[in-house]
Write a protein that binds this ligand. Structure first.
Ligand SMILES: NC(=O)c1ccc[n+]([C@@H]2O[C@H](COP(=O)([O-])OP(=O)(O)OC[C@H]3O[C@@H](n4cnc5c(N)ncnc54)[C@H](OP(=O)(O)O)[C@@H]3O)[C@@H](O)[C@H]2O)c1
Length: 338
């Protein structure tokens, strides 16, 4: 079978390799992978900026969907023919995260999904909603679950509240779709007016171009009668955090997810306490939360937004597309020689 391997950091170092399928052991599942979606984290992994000490070679990518081809002795959770995704952290099944549970991240701690055949523990896979294509299902394990947790578990979002999304990448567009399905008002920023128009078509209530109008926190306050947003889906990191604290409502939540930007400005700690902000770090989520999200996806028939689907051989071009920031929603790679 063919797999993409990273023997050294850098997009140009990626190699397509012919590999033997590992032996299927008791409790394991062999998946014929059909599609993989890319996350910003996969780009950081390939560039060596996620974990410069990562053991190489490594098969990248956390998010893949496919069909169960065979099961090992004792497997009861899935059967051959089932359509499944791997879960991001193979050991985080339920409950709160622990250091043990967050070990075993696909495409990081262990080999990922950019291979025609992948073997995972039966506990590390989840059935995917019937109404989704393989390409759509491949977008769920990281970006969708992170957005779900930001709104539901960190933000405790309820209908009528206001959410701010930053940019129009994978996490943010899922957050937009979930927040609209939950009856929230959604404000959003983007580098591009054209992307804001596309987001409006998905339900965005108001948008601002942060390139032409960098003081977006003031705009959020204007949009909310000076109150601020109830939940901020914080993907910008250091370069946006200070404005997020200004833009969040008193007693509101900042779901801290991303690391897209830098800043040399000091942290505004007093704002956190004066406004009694809940700053909650998010690290994807558990399998149980994934199952919960899948029920919400099915109920609302939410269609993941795919920017572009690349052929397997074009993985480097797909990563360059992500690096350019030109995409809207998710970038997908179809797996297989064709
Ligand atoms: N903690 C977790 O569990 C977790 C899970 C998933 C992702 N993440 C992190 O969350 C971030 C987003 O991930 P992703 O996969 O959704 O990325 P992505 O699809 O590559 O989205 C990136 C988009 O963010 C926007 N952006 C870039 N810089 C920005 C800034 N300074 N302010 C506002 N928007 C900005 C841009 O959209 P526009 O062109 O529209 O501005 C860009 O296209 C990354 O840092 C990633 O590592 C963390």
């Amino acid at each position: 079978m063919i797999a993409w391997s990273l023997p050294a950091f850098g997009i140009n170092s990626l190699e397509q390799m012919q590999q033997d399928t590992p032996e299927l052991r008791p409790g394991q599942v062999l998946i014929q992978v059909e599609a993989v979606s890319l996350n910003y984290r996969d780009l950081l992994v390939v560039l060596g900026r996620y974990n410069p000490k990562m053991h190489l070679p490594r098969i990248p990518a956390s998010d893949g969907a496919g069909v169960v081809k065979a099961i090992g002795d004792g497997v009861t959770r899935v059967r051959p023919g089932d359509r499944v995704c791997g879960i991001f952290m193979q050991n985080w099944i339920d409950g709160r995260a622990t250091p043990e549970k967050v070990r075993g991240a696909l495409g990081g701690d262990i080999d990922g999904m950019l291979a025609e055949e992948v073997i995972l523990s039966e506990h590390g896979v989840i059935r995917i909603p019937d109404y989704l294509t393989m390409e759509e299902a491949a977008t769920l394990p990281c970006a969708a679950l992170t957005a779900w947790n930001a709104l539901v578990h960190a933000g405790h979002l309820t209908a009528g509240e206001t959410v701010l999304i930053q940019g129009t990448g994978g996490v943010s567009i899922f957050a937009l779709q979930f927040a609209k399905a939950m009856g929230a008002r959604v404000l959003g920023t983007s580098s591009s007016d054209a992307k804001l128009d596309r987001a409006r078509a998905l339900g965005l209530d108001a948008g601002l171009n942060y390139r032409t109008q960098p003081e977006w926190a003031k705009w959020v306050l204007d949009q909310t009668r000076g109150q601020g947003a109830d939940v901020i889906v914080e993907v910008g990191g250091a370069g946006t955090f200070a404005q997020s604290l200004s833009a969040v409502k008193m007693g509101g939540s900042v779901a801290q997810i991303g690391v897209l930007s830098q800043s040399s400005e000091p942290l505004q700690i007093p704002l956190i306490l004066h406004k009694q902000v809940r700053v909650q770090g998010i690290y994807v989520g558990s399998r149980t939360q994934f199952e919960e999200m899948n029920r919400a996806l099915e109920q609302n028939r939410i269609q993941p937004v795919i920017d572009e689907i690349y052929a397997f051989k074009d993985l480097p071009a797909a990563l360059l597309r992500m690096q350019s920031g030109g995409h809207f929603g998710k970038i997908v790679v179809r797996v297989g020689a064709a």
